[in-house]
Design a protein around this ligand. Structure first.
Ligand SMILES: [Zn+2]
Length: 422
């Protein structure tokens, strides 16, 4: 019995021992597996890096030896470098840096450099264009208004018109050569005008030739306002991105579908209809200040849709005929009322806009509207510019700064727009 128990005890012990060794073995095996994975990872990473390096190198070599990169030019370049060993190499480097550098001209560049000691850029331009350096070119280059990028244009303009260096440089700097216009007294008088626009010069000259009795100033005013073109014929869609400075007249129209954003309804004490929020808020300020002086403004006619304008114009034409109607009513799409920035004024006691001029309100508005951002859009004596008869009742919102400038300088919006906005 005791023997049997002892035997079982021993057997148990053995079993426990076996289990222990098994556990150790298992742990060892796990550690080994981990090591193996790590080593595999290292090997993979190593080859990946090597691969990356080779790839990068290949790419580099491809760029270097790509036939598209013109091997022969590089070879030629190296050989001409060897041929030019007698020259100072640092000089060549200075020429190579210049964009228009041409390998074929290296000898000439260096020759010019040693003979005339000019700037590298000037030499490259002259040599590339086969121009001999001389006293005239020296005078151009040393002129105070000379610009390197215009050098060839000065030389061409000078060859064509044989003007003084002063005039040549002035003309080219103002792009007269691009329009092939010779600088003379007429041209320089136009250029002195306050609202001269260089893009319009050709048009000034044409208009002046047909209207010699006009002053230079008047020609500039008229051409800037497009009077060398025909009302309702030479037309284009207006640039609606100009916001409150959008120009609508007999040359610039709004599309049938144009409707201003932020239209708000006018309160009945201020008038009737709709205006853009900005214009209406400005009006309310003007209205309140006028009221303090016991003056009563009333908006009789603000925003008009394309369709509404169409109805109005059609009726006027039926009554007065096209020619007459065009002097006081805009064609649909050509009315400033479609912008939501313009309105016709009356007084609270008298909504008839054609009687507004005789009111105390008009006297006050004429003097003060600009302080709120409004201009009298169709002034007297400016009919030929605006295309409309004098309209003491019609005001247009353009913002305080612009309105003040237009008021103080006695301009029309057409003149202002051409010079400052377009
Ligand atoms: Zn109006």
């Amino acid at each position: 019995m005791a023997k049997k128990r002892k035997k079982r005890k021993v057997q148990n012990k053995l079993l426990i021992q076996k289990n222990k060794t098994n556990q150790v073995k298992k742990k060892k095996k796990e550690r080994k597996e981990k090591k193996k994975t790590f080593i595999i990872f290292l090997i993979v990473a190593f080859f990946f890096l090597i691969g990356l390096l080779i790839y990068e190198n290949l790419e580099y070599k491809q760029i270097e030896y790509n036939p598209a990169n013109n091997n022969t030019k590089i070879e030629e370049f190296i050989s001409s470098f060897k041929a030019l060993e007698t020259y100072n190499n640092s000089e060549i480097i200075n020429f190579i840096k210049i964009d228009d550098f041409k390998l074929d001209n290296v000898n000439k560049y260096l020759d010019y450099r040693s003979k005339y000691n000019l700037d590298y850029e000037v030499i490259v331009i002259l040599v590339n264009n086969n121009i001999e350096y001389n006293k005239t070119i020296s005078n151009i280059i040393n002129h105070k208004s000379y610009k390197l990028e215009n050098l060839i244009r000065y030389i061409n303009y000078l060859n064509k018109y044989n003007l003084s260096i002063d005039d040549t440089i002035f003309a080219v700097n103002n792009n007269l050569d691009k329009e092939d216009i010779k600088l003379d007294n007429t041209v320089s008088n136009f250029m002195k005008q306050k609202y001269f626009i260089s893009d319009n010069l050709r048009r000034y000259l044409n208009y002046y030739n047909k209207n010699k009795e006009l002053s230079y100033k008047e020609v500039v005013t008229r051409v800037n306002s497009n009077l060398d073109k025909t009302f309702y014929k030479d037309v284009s869609p207006t640039d609606t991105s100009k916001g409150t400075l959008i120009l609508v007249n007999k040359y610039y129209y709004l599309s049938k579908n144009y409707e201003p954003k932020n239209l708000v309804e006018i309160s009945s004490k201020h008038g009737t209809g709709y205006l853009t929020k900005t214009a209406y808020n400005a009006f309310i300020e003007m209205y309140n200040d006028a009221l303090k002086e016991n003056l009563h403004l009333y908006i009789a006619s603000p925003y008009r849709s394309y369709n509404r304008q169409n109805t109005l114009y059609t009726n006027y034409v039926a009554y007065d005929g096209v020619k007459e109607a065009d002097t006081y009513s805009a064609r649909p799409g050509y009315s400033e009322h479609q912008t939501g920035l313009a309105f016709d004024l009356g007084t609270t006691s008298n909504h008839h806009i054609d009687q507004f001029e005789n009111s105390k309100e008009f006297t006050w508005v004429k003097k003060n509207a600009h302080k709120y951002g409004f201009i009298l859009r169709y002034p007297s004596n400016k009919e030929y510019i605006t295309g409309y008869i004098y309209e003491p009742w019609h005001y247009r919102y353009v913002g305080i700064d612009v309105a003040t400038y237009i008021y103080e300088n006695n301009l029309t919006f057409e003149e202002y727009y051409a010079y400052f906005v377009k």
